[in-house]
Design a protein around this ligand. Sequence first.
Ligand code: AMP
Ligand code: ZN
Length: 110
Amino acid sequence: MDDCIFCRIIKKEIPKEFIYESDNLVVFPDINPSADIHFLIIPKKHIKGIGDLTDSDGLLLSEVYKTVDKLVTDNNLNDKLYRVMVNGGKAQHVPHLHFHLLGGNWKKFV
Ligand code: AMP
Ligand code: ZN
């Protein structure tokens, strides 16, 4: 979508260094981190939010959580605290589905 900031980052119209990229998703650090480690895992497909997922997104969701597990391992979070969060409703500020990975000390509410 032309006016979606995450779509523009994914299309590389806005420069951003990715921590990880596959055919289906990208990962980059949150610009305003709420924890020591705060990454956004973002499907490339513009899905607005949880309510817009369909059965055909099952493999995509599996890839999201496999990627979370890789990031957890790469950042030595298995022995520390980590959480995966999705905001919805009025708590969601960017209307393009994304998963927050928060690890280490949590500084504030996402
Ligand atoms: P949410 O409230 O779940 O929609 O979260 C959106 C998140 O995206 C917030 O934590 C923002 O700090 C983050 N964010 C917004 N724009 C950017 C950007 N250009 N680069 C990195 N993170 C961003
Ligand atoms: Zn988008």
